[in-house]
Unconditional design. Structure first.
Ligand SMILES: *Cc1c(COP(=O)(O)O)cnc(C)c1O
Length: 393
């Protein structure tokens, strides 16, 4: 049945993906199950999305109950779920104002527009963005334009003008690109798709300083590294800086499609006004119910603290593993966003892992990334290591 099913799917969809040859049916905790009942330990979490794992009864119930109340209204009217969700994101981020959208890419589009509108309001004549090499910000034209990777850009050129690329973790390369036309600097505090690259303290605080000295806005893209993944709600909180604009998505809805960008009051005052930006679905009752319940569970269960602890355990086990396998070139990451850089092809490793019931994803050209549900236990980390020990040279 599954082979025929997968063929039909391939024939019905645009060929933008190469899915692994399994058909998933349901999940429980950190495990997913396919239609044949085979279990998979999930170190991908749907690209760092399913932080509470699968089958969280409380979260499921919150969504079911919201469906029975109200699913969609548009932003023409208030509804009863916005307050909880917006205040929850304000509380955990320390930012001042939230705009809800439906994905990470949309959050980036809104953040870029907000930064240009800020410059427009201030009549500063600034419009350029500085972005980072090896970054990833999504698939829309604005997001692709600030994504520092030729493969994502070239087929779609010409892109949005006014973008310059600096080297990640090289503050001098950023300084060289700053002009009186720069309106914002955009970066991921931990690069995900680019290969799990962690910003140095000098880099992040240095960018904050450049922004402060030149009235340039700092945009932190925490679509992947945010929402507890690195051991604090947002990664920049560990650096003692605050961005002017923050983008979020992936884990904030624990699998319900929702994104958001947040502004400080300083930006909000001089930026988007009614008519400047919008979305039909964004901030709907279901998305807000998902965000509010997800944050509530995170706070009650102290999930960021758990992540820091279990992330340190994972890192230690990966470093031990590197001592036993010469194909591991380096270990890198923060919290439960870890990577191992390999000297062997990634596809061989992910395929062998799949056969043994372990879901892994690559990052960049030579990194296996580990972004499991944040509820993962030491026992499940041990299981990961046991399987990696078997399949690595
Ligand atoms: C995934 C990702 C995006 C894009 O999010 P989508 O929801 O896929 O549009 C943007 N930025 C970063 C850092 C991401 O990891």
């Amino acid at each position: 049945m599954d082979k025929a099913y997968m063929e039909s799917v391939q024939n019905a969809l645009v060929h933008t993906y190469n899915p692994a040859p399994i058909v998933l049916d349901h999940g429980e905790g950190a495990y997913l199950y396919d239609t044949e009942g085979k279990a998979y330990l999930d170190f991908a979490a749907g690209y760092a999305v399913n932080s509470l794992g699968y089958g969280n009864e409380e979260w499921n119930q919150a969504l079911k109950s919201q469906i029975d109340h109200l699913a969609h209204t548009s932003n023409l009217y208030y509804h009863t779920r916005t307050k909880e969700a917006a205040e929850a994101l304000k509380r955990v981020s320390g930012m001042d104002r939230i705009f809800f959208c439906n994905s990470g890419g949309e959050a980036i589009e809104g953040a870029l527009k907000a930064s240009r509108k800020y410059a427009y309001t201030k009549k500063s004549g600034r419009y350029e963005w500085i972005a980072m090499e090896e970054s990833f910000h999504g698939r829309g034209f604005g997001a692709v334009s600030v994504t520092g990777h030729k493969a994502y850009q070239e087929p779609f050129e010409p892109l949005v003008p006014g973008v310059r690329f600096a080297k990640y973790n090289d503050l001098e390369s950023v300084k060289e690109l700053v002009t009186d036309k720069t309106c914002a600097i955009i970066l991921e505090p931990v690069q995900g798709e680019g290969g799990i690259n962690v910003a140095t303290e000098e880099f992040l605080t240095g960018i904050r300083r450049i922004c402060d000295e030149n009235d340039i806005l700092m945009i932190c893209d925490e679509v992947q590294c945010g929402m507890g993944r690195t051991g604090s709600f947002f990664a920049w909180q560990q650096y003692g800086v605050r961005p002017d604009i923050l983008t979020m998505a992936k884990a904030i809805g624990n699998g319900f499609p929702v994104g958001a960008f947040a502004l400080t009051e300083k930006v909000a005052e001089c930026s988007l006004n009614p008519g400047d930006h919008g979305t039909t679905y964004g901030g709907g009752p279901l998305a807000c119910a998902a965000v509010a319940k997800t944050v509530e569970i995170y706070e009650r269960e102290h999930l960021p603290e758990h992540t820091a602890k279990i992330g340190a355990y994972l890192r230690k086990q990966l470093e031990n593993l590197a001592g036993r396998h010469t194909c591991i070139v380096s270990c890198k990451g923060k919290g439960l966003m870890q990577g191992i850089q390999l000297s062997i092809p990634l596809a061989d490793v992910t395929k062998k892992a799949l056969d043994r019931g372990l879901l892994l994803i690559g990052a960049g050209s030579d990194v296996i990334r580990f972004v499991p549900p944040l509820i993962i236990t030491e026992k499940e980390v041990d299981e990961l290591i046991r399987i990696l020990d078997e399949i690595l040279e």
